[in-house]
Design a protein around this ligand. Structure first.
Ligand code: GDP
Ligand code: MN
Length: 342
């Protein structure tokens, strides 16, 4: 009501011009993914970054080869740098009970869960959950766009998503949302609920609980923003709430005893600690990371500016969480949006 407005100090945004955000294009990659890295960089340059020349930072727990550095640098005019991840940010910590971790991996293998047996995948998820935004080469930047090897960008972009988020007072941008393999995270939601019971002050008033739970928070429904493409403000990850949250998650060992993904971890934090108006759906960013694609719903963008098919777009499919997000945001259907099937 009008009374609460007195307590709600509005943030005053100093608008910035396209191309002037303090932003970085960020890729975690292995040397063996050179071709996929080159392909992703090339496409994002052609569709977007040739206009703005945002710098690229590549990260790896092993030194990048000269070949990797040369070939990646050859497909962009922007500044590129290559960082080595400190071992404590990457490898399984010594205090993890390896016997228990092995039992957790075996249990997932038995259930045929993807990456069930992989320790390196767990290292990666832990890194993307709690360490990428603290890397020396990343610290100077506020905004990032996460890019993976072997992804595709389908649309010519004539706007700057970093400036868009900044000027519209948003924190987190996504374009695909899907359901998690629940077997990989049995204790994650109970752990997150413990955390918010201990620190209720971090939970935002106008949060997105209804995006991540169908029963008011009792159970997690698996919905998560697909973090292989996210454009966001690292001040959120570096802030007090998220730092306390990931420290709490880390202390349980769940990254190794289970197979907690960075996507549900990011999503739960964004959903609980941010007001839902801080989250933005980038319809304009046509994108494929197999097996999912997003192609703009705004038919005005097609086909001249996008080389993708709306029919392949995940948005309104059964296995997409976008409809849930859409309803939560209280948007109304308009022409160009597929109808929600009942
Ligand atoms: P998926 O998208 O969940 O199937 O997982 P990916 O294999 O695509 O890994 C996610 C991201 O982490 C990609 O950018 C990979 O290049 C990167 N990645 C995964 N595992 C490793 C690893 O062991 N070392 C390095 N340096 N990068 C990795
Ligand atoms: Mn991937």
């Amino acid at each position: 009501g009008p009374g609460s407005r007195l307590l709600d100090v509005p943030t005053v945004i100093e608008p910035i011009q396209d191309g002037t955000a303090n932003a970085v294009l960020l890729m975690l990659a292995r040397n063996s993914e050179l071709d996929g890295a080159v392909s992703s960089v090339k496409q994002l340059e052609e569709k977007f970054n040739w206009r703005y020349h945002y710098p690229w930072v590549f990260l790896n727990e092993e030194p990048f080869t000269e070949e990797f550095k040369e070939q990646v640098a050859a497909v962009t005019k922007a500044n590129v740098s290559f960082g080595l991840i400190p071992s404590e940010d990457w490898y399984q910590p010594g205090w993890i009970d390896e016997e228990k971790a092995k039992a957790g991996r075996d249990a997932l293998v038995e259930q045929d869960i993807i990456y069930g047996d992989s320790v390196s995948y767990r290292n990666m998820c832990r890194f993307q959950s709690r360490a990428f935004y603290k890397q020396e080469l990343v610290l100077p930047y506020r905004w990032y766009w996460r890019v993976e090897p072997h992804v595709s960008f389908h649309c010519d972009m004539d706007f700057d998503p970093f400036a868009y988020l900044h000027n519209n007072n948003k924190v987190y941008g996504f374009n695909i949302a899907v359901y998690e393999w629940m077997e990989t995270i049995p204790s994650l939601w109970p752990t997150v609920k413990e955390f918010i019971n201990l620190h209720p002050q971090y939970v935002a008033q106008n949060n997105s609980m209804e995006f991540i739970s169908n029963d008011g928070g009792s159970k997690y429904n698996g919905c998560h923003y697909w973090s292989n493409m996210e454009i966001a403000d690292m001040e959120f990850w570096r802030g007090e709430a998220y730092t306390a949250y990931v420290d709490y998650l880390e202390s349980t060992g769940g990254f190794y005893y289970e197979r907690w993904g960075d996507a549900p971890i990011h999503t739960m934090a964004v959903s609980l600690f941010l007001s839902k108006d801080k989250i933005h759906f980038f319809d304009e960013i046509g994108y494929t990371h197999e097996p999912h694609s997003h192609c703009p719903q705004n038919l005005g963008l097609l086909p001249s500016r996008c080389n993708c098919q709306v029919g392949r777009s995940i948005d309104w499919r059964d296995w997409s969480c976008y409809p849930k997000w859409f309803i939560m945001q209280g948007q109304t259907l308009s022409l160009g949006h597929a109808p929600i099937e009942s």
